[in-house]
Design a protein around this ligand. Structure first.
Ligand SMILES: Cc1ncc(COP(=O)(O)O)c(C=O)c1O
Length: 395
């Protein structure tokens, strides 16, 4: 029996940049002491107080169907947080609660794309982006972002890609690059969207992890409120990846349609998870800072170590839990470097090639292991690159 094209075409770019990840996982399973600096998962677990709130809610009976758009309490808490951060008047009617940011990304694209429409996203990209777009029946088109501009999309490239397109997906703070878009980039994005009548889908799941500069939500820019859908999540901000809780913030009319879509897909998110998320948000910035602190600390450690050599260049790491290193000076591809590093030192990193074409010759280092292991891994990684370069020059 033949499956729908929508399913079979979801992935399968032919990129094998993830080979090294699967190899590392297999080695780890066999008992090898692999240091995994690969996926965006915290090395801490969800805070016990959040779990206590979850338990209280479940034991108190909040285990039945929850309202499809989400509980009033959580939607209000999220709308207040968004209004406070962005200055844009926001109410619970602008919010749909979803099972994580990923399902919010899919629902948002379903809301604005017809089959055959062109949907844009920036390369390097979070691994699911092309498949998320293809799942709607639309055509995914990447905008190449040049490392020479720290992977920030440029106005001319945006403008060229936008002709005939229907939506643009952007992500800042960015996974995989760790770059935070500056105001000029946002102005160019907004101008392109307005001039070409594009929907903007702004993935802001790393909005609490900003180390340098400031997070700007494009919904706050002139003329953008009615065409922007913001994707949020508790995964990264509160170490709640396994709770699967996120949201879409957008115009009331769009949220009404998305609520109807949720009725026919997820039928809502468990009430006790939503109550736990509401409790987590009630702890304010203090808890968000506590969850972000290890990454802020390790980013400082990494920049100090990198400053002691001049072979590998760090892409400005202004946000998120990743460090992107330019390894082109070694003459290796990101993939070859990652395989060789795993073989030589049992350290697993992600090749830039697993995030598209634009990050070829780079590697992504997730800052997701304890400080002492992180320091050792990065020190070994840097001396591995230096040795490789030294051998290359000798022979
Ligand atoms: C850029 C980006 N967007 C969305 C997600 C999905 O997050 P979740 O579904 O856990 O909220 C991730 C997860 O790593 C991500 O890195």
């Amino acid at each position: 029996m033949e499956l729908a094209h929508r399913m079979t075409a979801l992935t399968g770019d032919g990129s094998d940049g993830w080979d090294v990840f699967y190899k590392a996982r297999a080695l780890k399973k066999q008992g090898h002491p692999i240091i995994e600096l690969t996926i965006g998962e915290h090395d801490i677990r969800t805070h016990m107080d959040i779990l206590a709130a979850m338990g209280r809610s479940a034991r108190g009976g909040h285990t039945g169907y929850a309202a499809v758009p989400g509980t009033e309490g959580l939607r209000t808490a999220i709308s207040q947080r968004i209004e406070q951060q962005s200055g844009v008047p926001t109410t619970q009617d602008n919010i749909l609660i979803t099972p994580g940011g990923q399902s919010a990304l899919f629902a948002a694209h379903m809301a604005v794309l017809n089959p055959g429409d062109i949907a844009l996203y920036c390369d390097p990209y979070y691994a699911t982006y092309p498949g998320t777009i293809r799942g709607t029946g639309a055509l995914d088109r990447a905008i190449q972002c040049d490392p020479a501009y720290d992977f920030q999309p440029q106005a001319t490239d945006l403008e060229t890609a936008a002709r005939g397109a229907r939506s643009l997906l952007v992500n800042s703070p960015n996974n995989p690059t760790g770059v935070v878009y500056d105001r000029a980039t946002w102005e160019a994005i907004a101008q392109t969207c307005i001039a070409n009548d594009l929907w903007l889908i702004s993935d802001e799941v790393y909005d609490t992890q900003v180390w340098q500069g400031a997070h700007i939500s494009p919904r706050s820019l002139n003329g953008m409120q009615e065409r922007t859908l913001v994707i949020g999540s508790m995964s990264k901000s509160h170490a709640m990846t396994g709770s699967r809780i996120g949201w879409i913030c957008g115009p009331v009319g769009v949220i009404e349609h998305l609520t109807n879509f949720a009725t026919h897909t997820t039928y809502g998110v468990p009430g006790f998870i939503q109550d736990a998320a509401q409790f987590a948000l009630s702890q304010g910035k203090a808890l968000e800072d506590e969850v972000a602190a290890p990454f802020r600390r390790r980013r400082r450690i990494a920049l100090d170590l990198i400053a002691q050599q001049n072979l590998l260049r760090a892409v400005p790491c202004s946000g998120a839990m990743y460090l992107m290193l330019d390894i082109r000076a070694t003459g290796l591809s990101g993939e070859a470097f990652a395989h060789a590093l795993l073989d030589a030192h049992q350290i697993a990193v992600m090749p830039g090639e697993s995030f598209g074409q634009a990050a070829a010759g780079h590697i992504r280092v997730a800052m997701t292991v304890a400080d002492d292991r992180f320091i050792k891994a990065l020190t070994d990684l840097l001396s591995f690159a230096a040795e490789f370069e030294e051998n290359k020059r000798r022979f």
